[in-house]
Design a protein around this ligand. Structure first.
Ligand code: F0G
Length: 458
């Protein structure tokens, strides 16, 4: 029997107070932050949906593990524990600890990349693309066609287009392709899952062409939930077995443990090939730290080792995915246009559809982000032309292909009543739809402008 109420499979024994503010105060805070929520102070925020990364609440076992952290420079007990858990999950012999996902990306992609090289992915996450392009290589995204249609019903909208993959290999030459990266779940594509069949097929194509197959596994437990739920033949497997099977197809795996590792900091690179591991270990030692701690303290490795076990608990995963779905479905029923079906870690709203009256060069996504903050103290992020827009030679905006707003849900942090509150805030934002105003950029840096850009209301 599945009850309607989603209860959190934990109880609370330490609380972090939230600052409750008034709408008038929030209007003032937002103005001072130049209408960019990245410039708000966290004390000015009630519900923080900026990211699900590094924002998890740790369990009592993780906190207890931190106290037992072994801070020896080399061969620490905590490293042995960490290595064992990661090795068991990925099945790969070489494990390199890093301080977060992008550090692992920098090591692997700076070694494999360079001018004239290519990488192919279902969708490169921004730090993945940035590390690849920084090396001089080029990055191609080939999600399946359904991924571009917000409302297309496909159980695995995060899949890679295997036909296109074969075409690109033919066009670019297998020898020039340094790696094929499957990101599970596909964050930039709406947090949509990837099927086991897709991973198997991509792996087969890569291996037939002697191309390295890399898994970006930062949300692999959430992905495993969807496979268990939607893909034939996996009903009887545990979530961990599903994740292990997916890793078994890959030659390398990168993980930002700040997501499904249920910790605030950490990551790793996992490899099958000794030569590649030797080369990456050199870079690890030069830039992160010695090979048995990388960029991590012993206590961080303890917390990750425990988090990577806890994340596969069926009660946790059910609560996790059901609560994201609960928020998404409630907004969908209210007619809020969004990426459907709902993904694992976030709800992605189509701001262009929500505010058809606001032109793209007045940034409808940023307008929605501002409305959600002033109305309910909810902080989230625009994933549209503020983040990805460029200018042509006349200084005219070349908009991003989509104007999205991401509500990313931290793990084990908010309760169902928090989510119900967010849904209620949307009622107000919907009522005020026609009076919402677009924004104009008054100041912007050259790179990654969404972090520090300043705006004014139009
Ligand atoms: N890969 C994916 C798919 C990610 O979502 C992220 C981070 C990274 C790699 C990089 O990991 O932050 O530990 O260096 N995503 C965060 C987000 C920042 O908000 O989606 P990191």
């Amino acid at each position: 029997m599945q009850f309607k109420t989603i209860f959190e499979p934990f109880r609370i024994k330490m609380v972090e107070p939230l600052s409750v503010t008034t709408e008038a105060q929030r209007k003032d805070f937002l103005k001072q932050a130049h209408y960019n929520p990245f410039l708000l102070k966290s004390d000015q925020v009630l519900i923080d949906f900026l990211t699900d990364s590094g924002t998890s609440a740790m369990s009592q076992n993780q906190w207890a593990g931190m106290m037992a952290g072994d801070e020896s420079y080399a061969g620490a007990r905590s490293w042995t524990k960490f290595e064992k858990v990661v090795h068991e999950l990925t099945g790969m012999p070489y494990i390199l600890p890093t301080h977060q996902g992008r550090a692992a990306e920098r090591i692997l992609y700076s070694h494999l990349g360079g001018e004239g090289k290519y990488f192919i992915s279902n969708t490169h996450f921004d730090t993945t693309r940035a590390n690849i392009e920084f090396s001089g290589a080029l990055a191609y995204d080939i999600p399946i066609l359904e991924a571009k249609d917000f409302s297309a019903h496909h159980p695995f909208k995060g899949n890679m287009d295997v036909i296109k993959l074969k075409g690109l290999i033919h066009e670019l030459g297998a020898a020039n392709i340094s790696g094929v990266i499957l990101t599970v779940t596909n964050n930039s594509g709406g947090g949509q899952p990837v099927s086991m069949q897709n991973a198997r097929e991509v792996s087969k194509v890569c291996h037939e062409n002697k191309i390295l197959f890399i898994l970006d596994m930062c949300r692999i437990a959430e992905n495993a939930y969807f496979i268990h739920d939607r893909e034939k033949g996996f009903e009887g497997k545990t979530y961990k077995e599903i994740a292990q099977e997916m890793c078994s197809f890959a030659d390398a795996a990168i993980m930002s443990a700040k997501k499904d590792g249920l910790v605030n900091m950490g990551g790793f690179l996992s490899l099958r090939n000794k030569e590649l591991s030797d080369a990456c270990t050199q870079l690890l030692i030069i830039t992160e730290g010695y090979s048995t701690y990388g960029g991590l303290s012993g206590r961080d490795m303890e917390a990750i080792a425990i988090g990577l076990e806890e994340v596969f608990d069926p009660a946790y995963l059910q609560y996790r995915i059901r609560s994201t779905t609960y928020l998404g479905e409630a907004l969908y029923k209210k007619g809020v246009p969004l990426i459907y079906p709902i993904g694992g870690h976030a709800v992605y709203i189509d701001a262009k559809g929500f505010y058809p009256n606001i032109p793209v060069d007045h940034y409808p996504g940023q307008a929605l982000v501002c409305e959600l903050y002033t109305t309910g103290g909810i902080r989230c992020v625009e994933v549209g032309s503020v983040m990805f827009g460029k200018y042509d030679e006349h200084g005219k905006l070349i908009p991003a292909p989509m104007e999205l707003v991401r509500l990313a849900i931290p793990r084990r942090v908010y309760t169902q009543s928090h989510i119900d509150f967010v849904i209620e805030v949307f009622d107000e934002v919907i009522k005020a739809k026609t009076s919402a105003r677009g924004l104009r950029i008054t100041h912007e840096p050259h790179f990654l402008r969404h972090f520090t850009a300043q705006f004014e209301l139009i």
